[in-house]
Design a protein around this ligand. Structure first.
Ligand code: NAP
Ligand code: GDD
Length: 344
């Protein structure tokens, strides 16, 4: 029987890679689509003829129950979120609703459609498996480096705090109702499909724009922040593997390599033969109220139990993104929109 997967956040970076991966694995893939004329649906237009869509919003409980009931999925991947951390200081309540309460709503929808509740626990047969997109932002001001599944959480943003709620409520539904519900604590992952507001894409776009003479300066905040960056195409494989394990559990997923924002700029500008120091301007407005200074993953559990391995290292990832942007920026009508999106 063909397995069915439902993805929330299918119009996002990870949603598009995960949809491709699951289609290649032989799944029937459904995407939850928000809004009456979602402009980002075009991002998955290449795949659209192979996908099915269902309307719904993480803010709306009834729409989620209806979506799960319509699709009758074997696996649900909850990737939907307001994912840009600075937005979470500006719209803290909304981010908490979508990224925190939204997780509870999906779990409740699965519980209701599966008829679980009270003393009724899942016997494991025909149950819907649930993946929650948790985040390394939950570690925040990290208690130890590298971070692993047992590292204490110390979120530094409303985004990180909401993700921590989503993480714990997922574990709670696993323990309370016997649901197959897991969280992937994924570290930063990027690609040519990354939103232009995130720092790697902002840098790759600027390197391309400056090289092509369309831009001169790149405004950035904290160049010393250190992240463990990987390739999104590798990380969606880990999501799928997590739902194939015999027992549900939570996993840290990252490369284990640390690089600073300064390293990212240097690699991107070197790739197009530019001196980054002639173009980068520090803008104090872009420094966050509370910064996450350093993140680095200890992915032993995922590597050992799931056999997961990343295939693209950080310098290769930055060069891949710059090459893609050299092509995209050359199509000038797209450049204006991207530049506007990267101005955060
Ligand atoms: P993204 O590109 O920003 O995509 C976010 C998705 O969430 C979009 O499809 C968006 O759909 C959807 N969404 C937003 N609000 C929604 C709502 N109210 N109801 C339903 N869907 C909604 O993010 P991403 O990089 O692919 O990340 C995917 C998930 O992984 C997110 O939960 C993110 O927080 C988490 N995560 C990401 C990383 C990373 O480095 N990329 C690391 C750890 C965790 P619209 O088209 O409707 O806006
Ligand atoms: N966006 C941005 N823009 N970040 C900048 C800039 C800038 O101009 N200058 C410096 N930075 C620094 C930020 O302060 C942060 O320390 C780092 O670059 C990475 O920022 P982002 O690319 O915006 O990603 P993030 O780490 O805040 O969040 C991403 O990764 C999380 C996992 O750790 C997002 O994808 C989250 O959704 C995800 O959970």
């Amino acid at each position: 029987m063909t397995r069915r997967a439902l993805i929330t956040g299918i119009t996002g970076q990870d949603g598009s890679y995960l949809a491709e991966h699951l289609l290649a694995e032989g799944y029937q893939v459904w995407g939850l689509i928000r809004g009456q004329a979602n402009p980002r649906k075009s991002r998955i237009s290449r795949l659209a003829s192979n996908l099915s869509f269902v309307d719904g919003d993480l803010m709306d409980q009834a729409s989620l129950v209806s979506a799960i009931d319509t699709v009758q999925p074997d696996e649900v991947y909850n990737l939907g979120a307001i994912s840009f951390v600075p937005m979470s200081w500006q719209q803290a309540e909304l981010v908490t609703e979508v990224n925190g309460m939204g997780v509870l709503r999906v779990l409740e929808a699965i519980r209701m459609v599966s008829g679980l509740g009270g003393s009724q626990r899942n016997d494991g047969h025909g149950q819907i498996r649930f993946y929650q997109a948790s985040s390394s932002e939950m570690f925040g001001k990290a208690a130890e480096t590298p971070q692993r599944e047992t590292t204490l959480f110390h979120p530094r943003s409303p985004y990180g705090a909401a993700k921590a709620y989503g993480h714990f409520i997922t574990r709670n539904y696993r323990e309370s109702f016997g649901m197959y519900a897991v969280s992937g604590m994924l570290f930063n992952h990027e690609s040519p499909r990354r939103g232009a507001e995130f720092v790697t894409r902002k840098i790759s776009l600027a390197a391309a724009g400056i090289k092509l003479g369309l831009q001169d300066k790149l405004r950035l905040g904290n160049l010393s922040a250190v992240r463990d960056w990987g390739f999104a195409g590798d990380y969606v494989r880990a999501m799928h593997l997590m739902l194939q394990a015999d027992e549900p559990d939570d996993y840290v997923v990252g490369s284990g390599a640390m690089h600073s924002v300064r390293d990212a700029v240097r690699i991107a500008f070197d790739h197009v033969g530019l001196d980054w120091q002639e173009h980068v301007v520090i803008d104090p407005e872009l420094v966050r109220p509370a910064e996450v200074e350093i993140l680095c993953a200890d992915s032993h559990r995922a590597r050992g139990r799931l056999g997961w391995r990343p295939t693209v290292d950080f310098p290769a990832l930055m060069r891949m993104m710059v090459d893609a942007d050299l092509e995209q920026v050359a199509r000038e009508h797209e450049y204006g929109d991207l530049l506007l999106a990267s101005s955060w």
